[in-house]
Ligand binder design. Structure first.
Ligand code: TXA
Ligand code: MG
Length: 330
């Protein structure tokens, strides 16, 4: 049982780096979503992440480092390591995570006992400054209570972790709003485990053999995608742009709407957000889910988008939120 603790907010990178080096957890912004960091080399610090999030202990963490040199220092020798290096060199710093064999100096706790580990170099200025000040790899899942949408604002972090973590390093909102793309680079063929901010189309340009998995297989290989995810408290309904009437039993007064095109009754919804591009929709989705929950909305109606570019990741998150489960197909 964890007791409530005071959660402080700071803009001081040195204070946040000191807390991490002391074995505490610290939330920090990245260009995708906020992370909840702990020293990746410290099993006790890692345990605090799982406790604060209520995260199932079979769900591995992503390790964050500041630079390509720091990333390559975590590479061991394995037959297909060129894929991981090529993908990192093409998209990092940025919203890409490569799964590589876990080096001996990272404890098994960081990847829930798996022999592999996720590796990412974030581009957000505050995340970069923090990682440079720490000088060691920082494990960080999204900074939400397990199962809930990832936070894209400081208030989103507070909504699920206030009283459970000691420190938040504040900073500007990231430009993307959905999590990194996760690619397994341990085998002969790079394999997409989680659609994300780096599109499959751009990955194919540098890794033409990249394999997409049916959801069941992705779930077997990426424990995080197995668990309930990205779900607000309210029900989520997916709508196509030509059938955007409310499902039976729902009322406008207790519903919210987000999408690219406004349904005719858009003003009748309790809350609505019309986005000007799929990128904008991806950027707004998780924060809008939080605002909908805050407003005690019962139903969130989300317009579907084509499965292309960041639309693939957006539809993946929408399917999981709507079904409390999985995405239908690659
Ligand atoms: O954008 C992001 O990736 C954010 C920011 C904070 O960097 N992080 C994030 O972490 O979304 P998390 O823990 O919420 O999601 C990590 C995903 C999970 O689906 C997890 O199962 C998968 O990556 N993953 C991590 N390590 C893995 C491994 N060794 N093998 C397979 N999947 C792994
Ligand atoms: Mg997460």
């Amino acid at each position: 049982m964890t007791h409530a603790i005071d959660t402080h907010v700071t803009n001081d990178v040195a204070i946040a780096a000191g807390a991490l080096l002391d074995g505490d957890v610290v939330a920090f912004p990245t260009e995708t979503v906020w992370g909840l960091g702990a020293l990746a080399t410290d099993p006790l610090a890692i345990a605090k992440i799982y406790a604060a999030k209520g995260r199932p202990n079979d769900n591995p963490l992503i390790v964050h480092v500041a630079s390509m040199d720091a990333a390559l220092a975590l590479f061991t020798r394995w037959p297909s390591r060129d894929h991981a290096e090529t993908i990192l060199r093409s998209f990092a710093p940025g919203p890409i995570t490569v799964i590589i064999p876990r080096p001996a100096h990272l404890p098994a706790e960081v990847s829930a006992g798996l022999p592999t580990v996720g590796l990412r170099i974030p581009s957000h200025g505050v995340a970069q400054a923090l990682l440079q000040a720490v000088g060691l790899p920082v494990a960080a899942p999204s900074a939400n209570a397990s199962g809930r949408p990832s936070p894209t604002t400081r208030d989103g972090v507070l909504a699920s972790l206030n009283g459970k973590i000691p420190l938040i390093l504040d900073g500007p909102r990231g430009e993307l709003g959905l999590e990194s793309t996760v690619v397994d680079c341990t085998g002969a063929t790079p394999t997409l485990l989680r659609a994300g901010a780096v599109s499959v189309e751009s990955l194919r340009r540098v890794a033409p053999t990249i394999k997409l998995l049916a959801d069941a297989e992705a779930q077997a290989r990426s424990p995080g995608t197995r668990h309930r995810h990205y779900a607000p408290t309210c029900r989520v309904h997916l709508a196509t742009s030509d059938t955007r009437s409310l499902p039976e039993g729902a009322t406008y007064e207790t519903s919210a709407y987000i999408g690219l095109t406004a349904p005719s009754a858009v003003e009748s919804y309790r809350l609505h957000r019309i986005c000007n591009s799929v990128e904008h929709y991806a950027h707004e989705l998780f924060e809008f889910m939080r605002l909908a929950d805050n407003a005690k909305v019962e139903l969130l109606v989300c317009e579907r988008v084509p499965v292309a570019g960041i639309g693939r990741a957006l539809m993946d998150r929408l399917h999981r939120a709507a079904r409390g489960g999985s995405s239908p197909s690659p």
